[in-house]
Design a protein. Structure first.
Length: 73
């Protein structure tokens, strides 16, 4: 599957573009824009880290479950 054909991605990309237009209409100065960009970057980093940790915990849980099942079987 390609990203350009993924409906979830396309929907969130459209939402991002619409929200970006709204922010642009606020005519923020450079300092305000920089602060908003820092906030967005921090939020994105937090979500990325959460997803990575959740994936690893799920993967480790799957290995543990697999080991437990091998002991039972």
């Amino acid at each position: 599957m390609r990203l350009k054909n993924n409906l979830s991605y396309l929907n969130i990309k459209k939402c991002q573009e619409e929200e970006s237009k709204k922010v642009n209409k606020l005519n923020l100065n450079k300092k305000q824009t920089k602060q908003i960009n820092k906030l967005i970057a921090a939020i994105n980093q937090c979500k990325l880290t959460y997803g990575f940790v959740a994936y690893q915990l799920g993967f480790q849980g799957g290995i543990k479950l697999s080991d437990e099942l091998r002991q039972i079987i």
